[in-house]
Design a protein around this ligand. Structure first.
Ligand code: IMP
Ligand code: MG
Length: 180
């Protein structure tokens, strides 16, 4: 897209090491449990697919898609489910797989919503966390890495549906055009 520059934030190797570390922790903590990973579409699809390949425990996988009004760089307050879970969560341990925590509103909404299905537990695994932008109380139980208040793309994460395919993670900055 014109007027923007992509700057490398995390290489493939850095992402891979973060994902392996998370998979290790999750494999230990949920050993012997009935774990369901609930992936938030679309942004977490690549993270989910890498994460499951490194787990050493059996899991079930399901997907939700959430719509929040407003596009581009900001999540608005109102959130809706446009694709719901399809497998039963009753008495199971649920781990939500999310790309980025920003205001925290998406996860707050989804945790409350999934709790209605009577799971044994609901926890959160997020690849990235912009703690400085939090508007509601929300902590990831498993976190890849904290990032500053920058706009991220790549590795499943988009800017108006672009850049999801990139295997690395970048942050977007505007290109300054010199006068004249
Ligand atoms: P929250 O509800 O404000 O926490 O928003 C979380 C959602 O906003 C994430 O699942 C992303 O889809 C989106 N989001 C937040 N920050 C970024 C970003 O830097 N790049 C792309 N999407 C983002
Ligand atoms: Mg998202």
């Amino acid at each position: 897209m014109e007027g923007y520059r992509l700057n490398l934030l995390l290489s493939r190797e850095q992402i891979s090491s973060i994902v392996r570390h998370l998979a290790d922790q999750i494999s230990k903590d949920y050993s012997g449990r009935e774990l369901v990973l609930v992936c938030i579409l679309k942004g977490a699809f690549m993270f989910l697919s890498d994460l499951v390949r490194h787990l050493r425990i059996p899991v079930q996988v399901d997907f939700v898609r959430l719509a929040s009004y407003g596009s581009g760089m900001k999540t608005s307050g109102k959130i809706e489910i446009t694709k719901d879970i399809e497998i039963s969560l009753e008495k199971k341990d649920v781990l939500i797989i999310e790309d980025i925590i920003d205001s925290g509103r998406t996860l707050q909404f989804l945790k409350d919503r999934l709790a209605l299905s009577k799971p044994r537990s609901v926890k959160v695994c997020a690849l990235l966390d912009k703690k400085a932008r939090r508007e509601v109380e929300m902590e990831a139980d498993y976190l890849g890495t904290e990032v500053e208040d920058i706009f991220i793309v790549g590795y499943g994460i988009d800017f108006n549906e672009n850049y999801r395919h990139l295997p690395e993670i970048y942050y977007v900055t505007p290109i300054d055009h010199p006068k004249g």
